[in-house]
Design a protein around this ligand. Sequence first.
Ligand code: HEM
Ligand code: HEM
Length: 256
Amino acid sequence: MTGGTWPASGRGAARPAQASQVTVWDAPTRLYHWVQLALVCGAYYTQWLMGPSVDPTMRWHRWCGYGVLVLLVFRLLWGFAGSPTARFASFIPSPRAVLRYAGQLVSGRAPRFLGHNPVGALMVSALLLLLAAQAFSGLFTADSNGIFGGPFGHFDMMEESPAWKARLQRWHHMGANALLALIAIHVLVNLFYQFVRRDRLVTAMVTGVKPAGDYADHSHVAAQIPARVVTIRAILCLVTALIVVFGGLLLGGGKL
Ligand code: HEM
Ligand code: HEM
């Protein structure tokens, strides 16, 4: 729980000190989310909106993609080392939980969750998987002239197997459209929760806190790790992610 008190009401009323807010997302999770948004926008801007006019050698596009890859490996590690709401074990739902929550949503009786609700968790997992497929397929993609592209776009295996090269390129193009559709749904649903259901998910992804209340998952995700431990673990996860991505690209013979 974060510190905080109820505002005093009534003349001279002395209320017991009580936490009015509860921590939801640690700083690394929030930072991860908003940096990822910037990099994904950068990838669409450099390749889709503007193309060769701003990024003729695709250098910026490639670096946005590498950034997304580093963030994804970081998020994978953070799913085991992060605060309770960020851990996969606390939010990957069973099919039963998803169906039950979906039913409750339809009947207007859905409880509030501190972290991802079961349907939100499915959406988040789909986003993470599609982002990973998009960034991974980019590594093996080259532009239509076959001159500029990912570090493995001219890989021997790709040159010897034009069918695979074409397939990965097609996936990268189709993946970009599918990802955009998923992001649009993600944003609309979050805005629906924020403004219609008045469950301030977007505010919480910015500030890291929600008002104290009766949350269905409170008992197993509300415990917090000390800030210093969070910082040290986040730095270790980020350094590991950098080594995995850039070490992997260089060891694989890729040219950044
Ligand atoms: C490129 C665009 C975006 C991508 C790829 C993306 C991806 C993600 C991912 C992967 C998560 C899970 C976070 C985690 O558990 O670590 C998430 C959560 C979240 N995102 Fe986004 N996001 C995008 C844009 C946005 C925007 C524009 C908003 C604001 C309207 C937003 C609001 C949120 C919120 C509120 C959550 C937490 C949902 C919850 O409480 O269950 N996202 N997003
Ligand atoms: C999540 C990360 C990424 C996103 C969202 C993304 C998005 C896109 C988009 C929207 C296009 C244009 C597709 C079209 O015109 O239909 C594209 C093309 C391309 N991307 Fe990415 N990309 C990502 C990662 C990467 C990475 C990591 C690389 C390589 C290092 C890469 C290399 C390429 C190449 C070479 C093309 C040009 C393909 C062509 O002109 O035929 N992308 N990408």
